[in-house]
Design a protein around this ligand. Structure first.
Ligand SMILES: Nc1ncnc2c1ncn2[C@@H]1O[C@H](COP(=O)(O)OP(=O)(O)OP(=O)(O)O)[C@@H](O)[C@H]1O
Length: 617
């Protein structure tokens, strides 16, 4: 069994079992602080239903749906439940797609209507472009109009629509953004959808509910209200851990819903708990108590550093890490794989892991999201084939052949026979050696060189769009995808290695936004607005070291500001540590910042820049 399922039941778990056994209760919320065991309760409740009513679900061809925020969280819950066929665990987009996929006619009609509206808007912009509009902008607009027209014309030929990252009408791919718009609209407007959802998934649990899209929450609530007696909807979340602006935050229960409370914290050692309670005080004042029995409670360690802005940030961060390693009284900070450094932006991680130019190439383009998720198509050949080939060539040549079998067109069964296989393998081996050399040499433009070698030596089959940029530099363009491809080709291939480690979660860095739900033994949170350049968050404003902008100062008490968002971000980060927490702040006025940190972090130990003078890194 999994540690989550085995963890002791709390009164909340028992209450949840009663709720799930009562068909008259259409919904519930379990809203509680960090580390209170919400996900644990969710998994225990799923396990309970599977063990007590699993057969009935199977016989009725029903499942319990559980919606998670990330793919990692999805996988963990699946593992906890030993991949039970009764639980349908998925991320939100993929769940929405499962609901709509059987309704191919509805998908086609929705795409057609939506596509025509988008086309009309583009045509309108083109027709009304002023005399000062740059010719390049007009060109790009024209290309977009042509692509839209072409996609709409090909819509009728699509046999079956599929789900993908970005919508491509002609290829029948419905992207994330469209799924998110289409499915809630269909659920709200077509009563049959609600009925079918309740019939197929009589229980739906949503984890990290605070960051769930408002439209999704609205359509699920609609099902709960209209299908009363046949459906139960449960939200597990914490409004003070809301990170994304698209998230709903607080979920107000409908009439007849139950609120399940969880006052304990099972994750944070006592000193960390005091700090997270203090950070939370100004949000909603909720104070947690440790849920662990006295003999399992630990004090933990909280340390903070305030560094001057003008100093060498990386050098000081390194010194702080060394200081922690040398001075911990509880033997924390000794191992890289137990330490996580949380930075505010991918840009910061890119700077520290050496993929700044790659980051810049994708930043601000429509592939930015795919870049941060590791799914951007131009990088796929590197991540899935070329870098693993280089790694195999360098450390385990036995892996080369199985890899080449998957990627090289020369090794497809129809292209290989007994007489050609030897020379083909020799050609491929020489190609791999050339690729290894190109990657080892690196340098500006080596991304293009590595791709050319891979293509010419038939190590991999490349997408037409990449072949086109290899053949000729795209003309100067305002199209962000074309600009990105040009910039990408100029990058050093070494950048891709740092990037691959980062997105593979194989580096000591993560972004502060990306660690929801996770926990690590030792956590360093870096507070550095200057390097972050993130307009949504500001640690200086949060700590009172900088004034709010005029617009923010004028907001009403119930409207959120960067101070609220930053408080929540810091709360999420600080509450990830299970043993030791360190906070590193870079500030213009070190004295004022130190005072603010003292007030915010009760019982924490301050280490000054002078204390670090003797530390050698
Ligand atoms: N009933 C329990 N008894 C002992 N430990 C528990 C219990 N419930 C949860 N835990 C432990 O507490 C930690 C936090 O649990 P979990 O991740 O479920 O909390 P959460 O409320 O979902 O967290 P967060 O909102 O901060 O991401 C985990 O290490 C988990 O194993």
């Amino acid at each position: 069994m999994s540690p989550r399922i085995d963890s002791p039941s709390t009164p909340a778990d028992e209450e949840l079992q009663q709720i799930l056994a009562d068909p008259e209760i259409p919904g519930f919320t379990m809203i509680a602080g960090a580390g209170s065991g919400k996900t644990t309760s969710l998994v225990k409740a799923l396990h309970h239903v599977i063990s007590t009513r699993g057969r009935q679900f199977l016989a009725n061809r029903q499942q319990i749906a559980c919606i998670t925020y990330t793919e990692i969280a999805r996988q963990e819950i699946e593992d906890d439940l030993a991949n039970s066929p009764i639980a349908h665990v998925s991320t939100i987009h993929s769940f929405l797609w499962t609901l709509v996929e059987p309704f191919q006619g509805d998908i086609r009609r929705w795409l057609d209507k939506n596509g025509r509206a988008a086309l009309a808007e583009l045509e309108d912009r083109y027709a009304n472009a002023g005399a000062r509009t740059q010719p390049k902008t007009l060109e790009a607009l024209k290309r977009r109009i042509e692509r839209r027209r072409d996609g709409l014309a090909r819509l009728d030929n699509v046999e079956k629509f599929k789900f993908g990252v970005a919508t491509s009408y002609g290829e029948g791919i419905v992207g994330y953004a469209d799924v998110l718009k289409m499915v809630p609209e269909l659920i709200l407007n077509k009563p049959l959808f609600g009925k079918l959802i309740a019939r197929r998934y009589p229980l739906v649990f949503v984890d990290e509910s605070q960051d769930t899209f408002k439209a999704v929450v609205a359509c699920l609530r609609h099902v709960a209200v209209t299908q009363k007696g046949h459906f139960c909807l449960g939200f597990f979340g914490d409004p003070v851990q809301k990170i994304y602006s698209t998230g709903i935050g607080t979920i107000v229960p409908e009439d007849g819903w139950r609120r399940v409370e969880k006052p304990e914290n099972f994750r944070s050692p006592l000193r960390v708990l005091a700090v997270i309670n203090s950070i939370r005080a100004e949000a909603d004042g909720l104070e947690q108590i440790s849920g662990l029995p006295a003999d399992l409670q630990r004090d933990g360690e909280v340390t903070y550093f305030v560094f001057p802005l003008a100093a060498d940030r990386n050098a000081l961060l390194k010194k702080a890490q060394t200081w922690l390693e040398q001075h911990s009284e509880i033997n924390a900070w000794q191992r890289e794989d137990e330490t996580k450094t949380l930075v505010i932006t991918h840009r910061m991680a890119a700077g520290r892991l050496g993929f700044q130019a790659l980051y810049d190439a994708f930043h601000g383009t429509r592939l930015q999201e795919g870049f941060t998720e590791g799914s951007a198509w131009p990088l796929t050949p590197f991540l899935s084939t070329l870098l693993p080939l280089v790694q195999a060539a360098n450390s385990n040549r036995a892996e080369l052949l199985p890899r080449l079998r998957k990627s090289s067109p020369l090794l497809r069964p129809e292209n290989v026979d007994e007489t050609t296989v030897r020379p083909t393998l020799a050609t491929l081996a020489a190609g791999v050696d050339e690729l290894v050399k190109t990657v080892a040499d690196g340098g500006p433009g080596s991304v293009r060189k590595a791709l050319s070698v891979a293509h010419e030596r038939s190590l991999v089959e490349l997408d037409d769009r990449l072949l086109q940029v290899l053949a000729e530099d795209p003309p100067e363009s305002e199209d962000d995808e074309e600009q990105m491809l040009t910039a990408l080709m100029r990058c050093d291939v070494a950048e891709l290695e740092g990037y691959a480690r980062y997105i593979g979660n194989d580096s000591p860095y993560s972004t502060q936004q990306g660690v929801k739900g996770a926990e690590y033994k030792d956590v360093i949170v870096v507070l550095d607005d200057d390097e972050g350049r993130h307009f949504q968050f500001s640690y200086n404003k949060y700590l009172g070291l900088e004034n709010l902008s005029k617009a923010e100062a004028a907001r009403g008490a119930d409207e959120e500001t960067s101070v609220d968002r930053t408080r929540r971000l810091l709360y999420v980060c600080a509450s990830r540590a299970t043993r030791a927490l360190a906070i590193v702040l870079y500030a213009a006025d070190v004295d004022a910042a130190t005072k603010a940190m003292q007030d915010l972090l009760p019982g924490a130990h301050q280490v000054s820049t002078e204390d670090l003078a003797s530390v050698e890194t």
